[in-house]
Design a binder for this molecule. Structure first.
Ligand code: ADP
Ligand code: MG
Length: 470
């Protein structure tokens, strides 16, 4: 009897439909859309230019992550993409590499030539930190190709940023507010921008950036949008606008954006997006507010040389917690939205380089910031929603490493009891008895308690938004 060989033992041309199905299952890749190109199995099989492959090798990326396997071939065909994958899964390189590949086809921009028409590509991200992180990841590859990258974020001189753009830069990475500011003051135009990325689109919307995002998209030439009708032939030589959108959830405003600006997009989902990774051990401890500090010090006492992020809900608590921990002898630093850009960067840098082992942070640090090797996330204050909880604990358990997340829960946090309990059950984490038997953990807030059959596990699925909220 003939035994099927696994896809890993096959050459590309030997791959059958069945092999590809198993491949997708192995990497938890699912697609929605039409005419979807095959994922790439390894870097060598990607159609990236040799200089880029060389840069990938220098970065030490031995094999592509699942989102990279699925999304890079899409970007290389200038397809529009909606990507849904967990934090830490390598989404940045998944859009940066095809973007740089596209740019290498175009003449370099300098003051003498077409720099006045603006950059070739724009990436928008919700926070300065995230923009910085994307810039670092882009420069990692771009500098070998002579592609110039400028970030346009608040807290820095706008004139200086405008000056850099006028000198010619191919890629702009920006927060939407500052970018629209630059557009309105005519510091920048986007006449030849045909590669657009909206990173963490849902977060940008949450932060109220919808008008700015729309404003930026409308500032680009619409003549390059692909035809609405997907069957229409694309012209071979013509450059079309390619739009990438990454998001963890699909609230209506994000869907609106997608419908208006994306053409025949392919939706790529890796795993069950939004679900906390299995590598994170979750603990929840029920306690009184007044016992939290004692408990925290006990937890941090066991930390050794490992690093921890301690989340609180307000800037004030971040400052006071930081002060208290500093007094108690911990190497602690702070991160919150009330700090200047400089302060935030110094603080993050100190944490990254292990000068500090504890970071007291508000939700500014909850998403998108790449802080490697955080062994431990502590929710000193529980957050108001399970989505934010997922993002916070996603600061640990990244890149295949194991992590621990501990939450100090009080009776003030009733509004998340139900969702938190479901989350713990689904991830096979222990549910503290006080939480398990608490009335507020038995029904979703706002639902009617006489319909006990109602489950809410859909919360963790993309494209689903609970209809009843509180
Ligand atoms: P996401 O945007 O999905 O949260 P990032 O793009 O920030 O994730 O990547 C997380 C980390 O993984 C970064 O430090 C990045 O340099 C690293 N990384 C990305 N792709 C690879 C790869 N193929 N191999 C090894 N490390 C990678
Ligand atoms: Mg990211």
């Amino acid at each position: 009897m003939r035994v099927h060989r696994h896809w890993t033992e096959k050459k590309l041309e030997e791959m059958t439909e069945r092999c590809w199905r198993i491949f997708r299952e192995d990497f938890n890749i699912s697609y929605k859309g039409s005419k979807i190109p095959r994922p790439m199995r390894c870097w060598a099989e990607s159609k990236l230019r040799p200089e880029l492959l060389k840069a990938v090798e220098r970065a030490g990326y031995k094999s592509p992550s699942a989102i990279q396997m699925a999304a890079i071939p899409l970007g290389l065909q200038q397809r529009d993409v909606i990507g849904i994958a967990e934090t830490g899964s390598g989404k940045t390189a998944a859009f940066v590499l095809p973007m740089l590949n596209y740019i290498t086809r175009l003449p370099p921009l300098s003051e003498e030539n077409k720099a006045a028409d603006g950059p070739y590509a724009v990436v928008m991200a919700p926070t300065r930190e995230l923009a910085k992180q994307i810039e670092d990841e882009t420069v990692k590859f771009a500098h070998y190709l002579g592609i110039k990258v400028v970030s346009i974020v608040g807290g820095r001189s706008i004139e200086e940023q405008a000056f850099k753009i006028r000198q010619g830069c191919e890629v702009v990475i920006a927060t939407p507010g500052r970018l629209i500011d630059c557009l309105e003051r005519r510091y920048i135009v986007l006449n030849q921008c045909n590669y657009v990325v909206l990173d963490e689109a849902d977060r940008m919307i949450d932060m109220g950036f919808e008008p700015q995002v729309v404003g930026v998209l409308d500032a680009m030439p619409s003549s390059n949008l692909k035809p609405e009708n997907e069957d229409e032939q694309l012209e071979g030589e013509k450059i079309y606008r390619t739009t990438y959108m990454f998001t963890a959830t699909m609230p209506p405003a994000v869907e609106r954006l997608a419908r208006k600006y994306l053409r025949n997009p392919v939706v790529v989902t890796i795993g069950t997006a939004g679900k906390a990774t299995d590598l994170i051990t979750q603990h929840v401890i029920m306690m009184k507010e007044s016992d939290k500090m004692y408990e925290l010090q006990k937890l941090l006492g066991e930390l050794g040389e490992k690093t921890a992020i301690v989340f609180v809900n307000t800037k004030k608590s971040a400052d006071s917690l930081s002060k208290a921990l500093d007094k108690a002898g911990y190497r602690v630093t702070t991160l919150h939205g009330g700090m200047s850009q400089e302060q935030r960067e110094i603080s993050l840098e100190g944490f990254r380089t292990n000068r500090y082992t504890v970071l007291a942070a508000t939700d500014v640090a909850g998403r998108g910031i790449d802080i490697p090797d955080v062994a431990y996330v502590i929710n000193f204050d529980m957050c108001g929603s399970i989505e934010m909880y997922t993002h916070r604990i996603g600061r640990t358990g990244r890149a295949g490493k194991k992590g621990v997340a501990t939450t100090l829960l009080t009776l003030q946090d009733k509004q998340v009891f139900y969702d938190l309990k479901q989350m713990l059950i689904q991830s096979s984490s222990p549910v503290p008895p006080e939480l398990a038997r608490h009335e507020a953990s038995k029904f979703k807030p706002g639902t009617i308690p006489d319909r006990p059959g109602r489950r809410n596990d859909m919360v963790f699925m993309p494209f689903y938004r609970p209809l009843v909220s509180f």
